[in-house]
Design a protein around this ligand. Structure first.
Ligand SMILES: [Zn+2]
Length: 318
């Protein structure tokens, strides 16, 4: 949807609220605490419902990115639309120029939108390219195809020496979805964990370069390897898709956000994953996003738990 369409269709708090309730609960309001469908809408405050079963009061915002927000929903919807429609990311400064208010509000709202972009159920299969990339800092660029431990430890050492270089592993299914993960040490164990979490073992073929830790995955999954010292593709054996994704992310960050610290990088990766994964989506991406965002309870907990205070700060601005 365009910003004009969104503003026209969801011009008031009540209209926005109606959509959120519909997308989260369907026709029957459900208590967010006990799941009971016996509820009443409060007369004094239209956003709140009272549960007849557990007697608690709740709104559609509970456990979602909208929790405790003071920004009016029509403005939220504009921010979401701007972020969905931007091809390579949009800075909080630019959002602020469009919706007014403080920079802080724009920043935290955008961060929450990124949480809402997290896709929970990624299961890749078929031809899957796996590769790693390094973000931030000015450490030595990894030579592609170098497949010795020394290379890995150099990277680790460089990071340990006070640069803020961060390694991110990524997997992409050909003509399918992408999934990335910040991994401090690119060991067999960590990569295997990622592979097991996000890809199907059966009927899948992994394609990587000659990096040592990928060789160690051979016991788990069928793997093809491209030797970058010799060539960059051999028919279907290449990792061009995931490398294309890395440059998309890096150009986007450079263009829109300048630089991002390690702590916040996952939020931005989620945003680029969403954009990449929905690049061919022909339905209503706005509603798709809201549906996804309203079902993010566990992931919100995950962000909170991981680094509770800081992440709460990032996500909620308090
Ligand atoms: Zn209840």
């Amino acid at each position: 949807m365009t910003i004009i369409e969104v503003q026209k269709k969801y011009s008031t708090q009540a209209k926005c609220l109606k959509l959120l309730e519909q997308l989260r609960w369907g026709k029957v309001v459900k208590c967010t605490y006990c799941g009971s469908t016996k509820t009443n809408r409060q007369k004094s405050e239209q956003t709140r419902h009272t549960c007849k079963n557990c007697k608690r009061s709740f709104s559609v915002f509970v456990d979602t990115i909208f929790e405790d927000t003071r920004l009016p929903l029509p403005k939220w919807f504009v921010v979401i639309t701007m972020m969905l429609n931007s091809k390579s990311g949009i800075s909080a400064k630019e959002i602020q120029r469009n919706i007014g208010g403080s920079y802080k509000t724009s920043y935290y709202t955008a961060m929450r939108v990124r949480i809402g972009m997290l896709i929970k159920s990624t299961q890749l299969n078929g031809m899957i390219e796996m590769d790693e990339s390094y973000f931030g800092g000015k450490a030595r660029k990894m030579e592609k195809g170098e497949d010795n431990e020394a290379n890995l430890s150099t990277a680790t050492l460089k990071r340990g020496r006070g640069t803020n270089k961060v390694s991110v592993a990524g997997m992409v299914q050909r003509k399918g979805m992408v999934k990335t993960k910040l991994i401090d040490k690119l060991t067999k164990r960590n990569l295997l964990f990622m592979l097991k979490t996000y890809a199907k073992q059966e009927n899948s073929i992994l394609i990587t370069d000659g990096f040592r830790s990928y060789k160690d995955l051979d016991n788990y999954i069928d793997r093809l390897e491209i030797n970058h010292k010799k060539s960059f593709s051999k028919g279907i054996v290449h990792i061009n898709t995931i490398e294309g994704f890395w440059s998309y992310v890096k150009n986007g960050i450079k263009g829109s956000y300048k630089s991002i610290s390690k702590k916040y990088l996952p939020f931005y990766l989620v945003e680029y994953e969403w954009k990449f994964n929905n690049r061919n989506y022909r339905g209503d991406e706005f509603e798709k996003f809201l549906k996804n965002a309203l079902n993010q309870e566990k992931e919100l907990e995950y962000w909170k738990a991981k680094d509770s205070k800081e992440v709460r700060e990032v996500a909620y601005g308090n």
